[in-house]
Design a protein around this ligand. Sequence first.
Ligand SMILES: Cc1ncc(COP(=O)(O)O)c(C=O)c1O
Length: 392
Amino acid sequence: MSNIPNLNQADPIPESAREEIGELLLTGDLFRYTNDQSAVLGLEQNFARKIGSSYALAVSSCSAALFLALKTLNLRKEAKVLIPAFTFGAVPSAVVHANCIPVLCECGTDYRIDLDDFLSKLKSVDAVLISHMRGHTSNMDKILLHCKRLELPIIEDAAHSLGTTWRGKNIGTFGQLGCFSFQSYKLLNSGEGGMLVTNDPDYFAKAVVMSGAYEHNWQKHQGDREFFEKWQNQLPLYNMRLNNLSASIVNAQLPYLDQRVENGRHNHDITAAKLSGSEWIHVPEKFEQEARAPDSIQFNLVGLTPPEVSQFCDLINTMGIKLQVFGHSKDNARAFWNWDFLPVKYNLPKTREMLRNACDVRLPARLNLDDCQNIAELILEALRQIKNDVAA
Ligand SMILES: Cc1ncc(COP(=O)(O)O)c(C=O)c1O
């Protein structure tokens, strides 16, 4: 048995959250609109500043942010929205929830959008939702260029990309709207929660109203009065607000974000370097434009038969490492063939093949050098045992 820490354990919430939470418990002011200056508004202002966006709207989840982002675009019923086939099931679900049809695009062995398939489908869609799955950034230069040419709006699902940059600019700020998650296991964790960012005052006002700013509660948001007045009573109220408790918990973690990003990148790169020495593993390179903020590592098994992949999964888990192969476990929510709720069935051989060999291991920012080396060593040892090859 190993001395690997529990990789599924979340990080402790900083001590600084306690005072604010204690105050909230005393007053009971958990609702963001009770006071003019709430913890939620404070978080929105801090987040917008940190990410370099004009406006931020805190909501109940990233899925809620994706749904609201789609609704602000005012797409027709059954509009087609292009998404990567490698993403979490909540993403096509948000598209379906917004009365649109997800169009799935192939992803390559580097986990990013396959540009040939992307381009071949682009002309037939009404909007693009780029999910930077597990923080792997698709080629934003190309995506922006082609979407601009066809005047297609882009929503970024940056659930796993907080702190990731492309040419020095934060992921989530390239599209018309960007969406982040504070669900457990993200770099900022409040159990549940999300953030929608945009530079567009009109989109922002629409999203604020639809998030549940009933009557004149939009006055307790950043933003311009003229846009809010324009949308007053014109849009449904979906009530997807964040509460003050969750906001206080995220606010307390924001000052640690840069350090977490640095630690996560360091942990990832050490582990990746060690794993890359094996002939049975391929760790895809990042783009040179990209500075990643990983809290997990993905790598592909090479030359293993399906039964060997099964044996590897069983063995590594008995060694104390929680590892999943996305396309291997039954009903995995990241395997597109399990999304039976889709109106259209997809046959995407590239993505399917990638998912059958793509491994996923959490690497929380709190791990140290020894932890990362032990994790890599155990993965290599499991492969040696499966392949019975000392040189693995
Ligand atoms: C890629 C991706 N997008 C969106 C979401 C949805 O986030 P939330 O749980 O905050 O709704 C998740 C969930 O982890 C995710 O993995």
